[in-house]
Design a protein around this ligand. Structure first.
Ligand code: NAD
Ligand code: UD1
Length: 348
């Protein structure tokens, strides 16, 4: 029997890539998204890319804080599992508007868990983040490391992880997988779907991409005095298609094995500096990225990369792509869609 998967936040960057992978894997997918940080065009593109499977995708515009709406969705379809991406993710905004973040991310998740429980759907994959490792004392980060959070966004991830652990402890019917993403970058190789942040990008690669297409004059490099090979920060960049595959592996684990609440890192296990990433992107795009060197960004860690052993061992998953493919596909998406899903006229 074809399995029904509810994907919250499925119009977003990671959600749209995962929805496509699910469709191509033969799942029925229902996306719930309020489009606060995304465009419905992404889902139209997912449908086109899914070709023969396109009829297995449906979309409902709803806010996960709206419990009645969620209840209606669960009443009309019996879901086998939920992949929960919906959430706000801008660190700076979370510092300015903590209540918005607690309301959206925590209330939304609590609603979702309640409605899932009411309808007897107790399998969940949740988008956590490497941000819960804070400034790690050593690398690679293993799943057993102590958790911390430096800002309200990070705390929502940490709190939701704890809520999931409590819910599963209270009711052994639940099976929950918490996925800690490292730094997702790149786009689907078609160049038809990718990351399209609203306003000024916070993260490195969306910013680099906007410099490359002429929307921003230069990249500001935050910190040149870190204890790393070239003084710039080190992160574990992971191709978004590999990340999407990690969700299929997590679903298989939920369906095929007994487990309670488990956590897995999704990263490549390799660290790359800001300057190495810029050089790789310049090579892939043939564009020069002008740089302005600046001081450290508050809250940034020096070196963060994943231990990938647990995901390899227990999910049978590992990343396939390196930074060349990440930059190639990022540029393919950027050059085909310099203003994201909107036309140039809609730009701020
Ligand atoms: P995104 O903003 O592109 O996608 C999130 C989606 O959730 C958006 O489409 C948005 O419209 C939707 N949404 C937000 N609040 C909602 C609500 N109340 N009701 C319904 N829909 C809502 O972000 P993304 O990069 O695809 O991230 C997906 C998830 O992964 C988020 O939870 C994020 O915190 C987490 N994550 C992302 C990264 C990253 O670097 N992109 C890293 C670690 C974790
Ligand atoms: C940031 C968030 C983290 C979140 C993650 C994914 C902070 C403090 N941390 O992490 O909570 O989970 O994004 O959404 O915001 N850089 C520049 N110039 C830029 C942008 C970034 O030099 O314009 C550097 C950063 O200093 C860092 C690296 O690039 O060394 C990666 O930055 P970014 O893409 O923002 O990811 P994180 O810092 O890992």
């Amino acid at each position: 029997m074809t399995k029904n998967i509810l994907v919250t936040g499925g119009a977003g960057y990671i959600g749209s890539h995962t929805a496509l992978q699910l469709l191509q894997g033969g799942y029925n997918v229902v996306v719930v998204d309020n489009l606060v940080n995304s465009s419905e065009i992404a889902l139209h593109r997912v449908k086109q890319l899914a070709s023969d499977f396109s009829n297995n995708l449906s979309y409902i515009k709803a806010d996960i804080r709206d419990k009645e709406a969620l209840d209606k969705i669960f009443s009309s379809t019996k879901f086998d599992a939920v992949i929960h991406f919906a959430g706000l993710k801008a660190v700076g905004e979370s510092v300015e508007k903590p209540l918005l973040y607690y309301n959206n991310n925590l209330t939304g998740t609590i609603n979702l868990l309640e409605v899932m429980s009411d309808h007897g759907c107790k399998m969940l994959v949740f988008s956590s983040s490497a941000t819960v490792y804070g400034w790690p004392k050593e690398v690679p980060c293993t799943e057993e490391f102590p958790l911390s959070a430096a800002n309200p966004y990070g705390r929502t991830k940490y709190f939701i992880e704890e809520i999931c652990r409590d819910v599963q402890r209270s009711d052994g019917e639940w099976k929950i997988i918490l996925l800690r993403y490292f730094n997702p970058v790149g786009a689907h190789p078609s160049g038809d779907i990718g990351e399209d942040p609203l306003g000024i990008p916070n993260n490195l690669m969306p910013y680099v991409q906007q410099v490359a297409v002429g929307r921003r004059p230069h990249l500001t490099v935050y910190g040149t005095d870190y204890n790393t090979k070239d003084g710039t920060g080190v992160r574990d960049y992971i191709h978004v298609v590999d990340l999407a595959d990690g969700h299929i592996a997590a679903l298989n684990k939920l369906f095929d094995t007994d487990l309670g609440c488990e956590v897995y890192n999704l990263g490549t296990g390799k660290g790359t500096t800001v300057l190495e990433m810029v050089t790789a992107f310049e090579k892939a795009s043939g564009k020069k990225i002008p740089l302005v060197m600046a001081g450290r960004r508050p809250g940034d860690a020096e070196v963060v990369y994943a231990s990938t052993e647990k995901a390899k061992r227990e999910l049978n998953w590992k990343a396939k792509y390196g930074i060349e493919e990440m930059c190639r596909d990022q540029w393919n998406w950027a050059s085909k869609n310099p203003y994201g899903y909107n036309s140039a006229n809609d730009e701020e």
